[in-house]
Design a protein around this ligand. Structure first.
Ligand SMILES: Cc1ncc(COP(=O)(O)O)c(C=O)c1O
Length: 394
């Protein structure tokens, strides 16, 4: 008999499963190439050519010790390469000892929560949010506290202030955001940092800031994601190569700890131990070698930007309201009717979307543009018809 908690998760997630099952049914019946599947955030833009070159180089020098156990924090050269990358991105010198290689951002978030959370500790994060956050926090006996953003998905600092209390251990941010594509501007990060400093002082201990940024370099219109480390010392940066290099299956990412983190050595020791005892042991050896060689490479972001533009055009034409994504590869329009019902109308048009309630925001849908522009273009008439049907009452 499975655990009650997991049973609850399975039941809660059952409508998501239904959506996927329905998608599979549509593909089997009408052919996968006729279905416009915007449900999955699985990058389809090819990895940059440096990845294949790195693989060839690694293969040509392959030695038995390449596949051995290693320190749980990762190869020293890989930590060095990640430190160099984070230092550039955060505009502050981070050293190899302040970095732990992880099994993707997911692995990174889990080792942080394992290291930080006592039972009942709360993790506050803006909503809508990446569905897995709740699970990751509860994996370590923490309590997830989603806090709604403003109408335009920007941070509601007053609401965050109210939500941070004696049980709050950390605030978790994700910018550019999944599912909204929103990027939080520097002034909001600065205000949040001031707020956390104040709260930490009142509580007599740090309220940590965890910045989940796997989409940091997938930004549009020449925008830049502000540094977290420049604003707040008790902070962690979590990232991965799942999106930047289109390597989600390789499970490679990292956690960087602020160089002036309070009790830094203890926190690093806890993260490294957590990597081991959660069963990750260490990030995959081959993927660490690839990441070390390609840390500064990037997929062709202009492909996502063109798709974003095309999608916005189609949504405008269909009359759906949305906030124009500034990064990542998702758009999160409002639905004219209940989100699950609207997804059903879209399915009638062979369009697959995910209801916003799965991300803590009913009344929206998430559309992932990890598909060819032709597929997005093909969905145009379907969106228009689905909105018309919704307005006529289904
Ligand atoms: C916001 C966010 N955080 C974390 C992850 C997990 O990424 P990874 O594949 O690096 O574990 C994802 C994946 O989609 C994500 O969207």
């Amino acid at each position: 008999m499975i655990a009650a908690q997991v049973r609850g998760y399975l039941e809660k997630a059952s409508w998501i499963r239904k959506m996927f099952e329905e998608g599979a049914r549509l593909k089997a019946r009408y052919g996968a190439d006729r279905v416009c599947d915007f449900s999955l955030g699985n990058p389809d833009v090819p990895p940059p050519q440096e990845v294949a070159e790195a693989l060839r180089e690694i293969l040509s020098e392959d030695r038995p010790e390449f596949h051995a156990y290693m320190p749980n924090a990762g190869f020293p050269f890989a930590r060095e390469a990640m430190a160099e990358k984070v230092s550039r991105e955060q505009g502050l010198k981070v050293s190899a000892e302040e970095v732990v290689l992880t099994c993707g951002a997911a692995g990174g978030l889990n080792i942080i929560f394992k290291a930080l959370l006592d039972p009942g500790d709360e993790v506050v994060f803006p909503s809508p949010f990446f569905v897995e956050y709740g699970f990751y926090v509860e994996n370590h006996q923490g309590v997830p506290r989603p806090v709604p953003t403003r109408e335009d998905f920007s941070l509601d600092l007053e609401a965050l202030e109210k939500a941070i209390g004696p049980k709050t251990k950390a605030v978790l941010l994700n910018s550019p955001n999944n599912p909204t594509g929103r990027l939080y501007p520097e002034e909001d990060i600065a205000r949040l940092a001031d707020l956390l400093r104040e709260k930490s002082q009142t509580l007599g201990r740090p309220v940590y800031l965890v910045s989940d940024e796997p989409y940091r370099n997938l930004v549009f219109d020449g925008l830049k994601v502000p540094s977290i480390f420049k604003h707040y010392e008790a902070s962690f940066v979590v990232s991965s190569f799942s999106k930047e290099l289109s390597l989600p299956g390789e499970r490679i990412g990292f956690v960087a700890v602020h160089p002036e983190m309070p009790e830094k050595s203890e926190i690093l020791a806890a993260l490294i131990l957590a990597n081991r005892i959660l069963g990750f042991v260490n990030a995959p050896a081959l993927a660490q070698r690839i990441a070390a060689k390609c840390a500064l490479s990037l997929v062709e972001v202009s492909i996502y930007e063109r798709r974003r533009n095309l999608f916005c055009q189609i949504l405008d034409e269909a009359g759906l309201e949305y906030i124009k994504p500034e990064g990542a590869f998702y758009v999160f329009p409002r639905t004219p009717i209940d989100d699950v019902e609207f997804c059903k109308l879209l399915q009638e048009e062979l369009i697959l979307a995910v209801p916003g309630r799965g991300f803590g925001a009913p009344g929206h849908i998430r559309l992932a543009f990890c598909v060819d522009e032709k597929v997005i273009e093909r969905s145009r008439e379907g969106f228009i018809r689905a909105v018309e049907k919704a307005r006529q009452g289904g």
